[in-house]
Design a protein around this ligand. Structure first.
Ligand SMILES: Nc1ncnc2c1ncn2[C@@H]1O[C@H](COP(=O)(O)OP(=O)(O)OP(=O)(O)O)[C@@H](O)[C@H]1O
Ligand SMILES: [Mg+2]
Length: 234
């Protein structure tokens, strides 16, 4: 069974003169257990698509099936539950709470999913930040903050990790390390990854590359020989 099946998915923002057609009749099948990159220029609809897949927002029309279940029929409560238990989000801007330590930021996620502090500690160890557990976001580098946000996303062992430009705010070296962490989690935990980028080079690490332009999917390409993050140049 596919991880996701999208049928005639459209998303409009605004109306009248300010109408933006961010997704236009998208049809797509995404298999389980893959590392998928969504590639496209600014404004092509990548974040909009990711938000729909993560049940952050409702489409204007069309359907999204997750493992065969129509998640576009969910009410608000079901959408929240789906986000809490099934999806891990990583954003360009980390979105950590500044007044909570690294471990406390991760525990927000584990508590919502009904898991223990041990699960939060395990996630922080997976991203190599155990010794920084008591540090606050302001005391951590950008790369370390992003690793905390990855720990927060994976601590609940989500079925899917949705990453929106996770290296966008980082320098080259740090970006590579973040991609390595995400790849390692994908390999070790079997988590499906959907990662948004505008970088053709980063796209080379994917099993499947979905190209977008002006709200449409222009190609879906399998990559028989994905490169390791450490081989990426940009
Ligand atoms: N909340 C919103 N209200 C109105 N228009 C929006 C909203 N969010 C996105 N858009 C518009 O929808 C289109 C797609 O935006 P989206 O953020 O999905 O693009 P993107 O591919 O993620 O771009 P970027 O690489 O710059 O992040 C753009 O034209 C954008 O201006
Ligand atoms: Mg975006």
């Amino acid at each position: 069974m596919n991880l996701y099946t999208l049928q005639s998915l459209s998303k409009d923002y605004g109306e009248g003169d300010s109408l933006v057609r961010a997704l236009r009749n998208v049809n797509l099948e995404i298999p389980s257990g893959k590392f998928v990159v969504i590639l496209g220029a600014s404004g092509s609809g990548k974040s909009t698509l990711l938000n729909m897949l993560g049940c952050m927002d409702n489409p204007t029309s069309g359907r999204i099936f997750f493992e065969g279940t129509d998640i576009t029929s969910y009410n608000k409560r079901q959408m929240t539950q789906f986000r809490k238990t099934t999806i891990g989000f990583v954003f360009q801007s980390y979105n950590l709470l500044p007044d909570l330590s690294a471990i406390e930021n991760v525990e927000i996620s584990t508590e919502m999913a009904g898991l223990s502090r041990k699960d939060a500690e395990y996630a922080l160890a997976l991203v190599g930040l155990s010794e920084r557990a008591g540090h606050f976001p302001g005391q951590l580098s950008g790369g370390e903050q992003q690793r905390v946000s990855i720990a927060r996303a994976i601590a609940k062992r989500p079925r899917v990790l949705l990453c929106d430009e996770p290296t966008g705010a980082l320098d080259f070296e740090t970006g590579i390390k973040i991609l390595e962490v995400i790849k390692q989690i994908h390999m070790e935990q079997g988590t499906s990854v959907l990662l948004v980028t505008h970088s053709q080079e980063i796209a080379k690490i994917a099993d499947i590359v979905i190209r977008m332009r002006s709200g449409e999917i222009i190609s879906v390409t399998g990559n028989a020989e994905p490169v390791e993050p450490c081989e990426v140049v940009w």
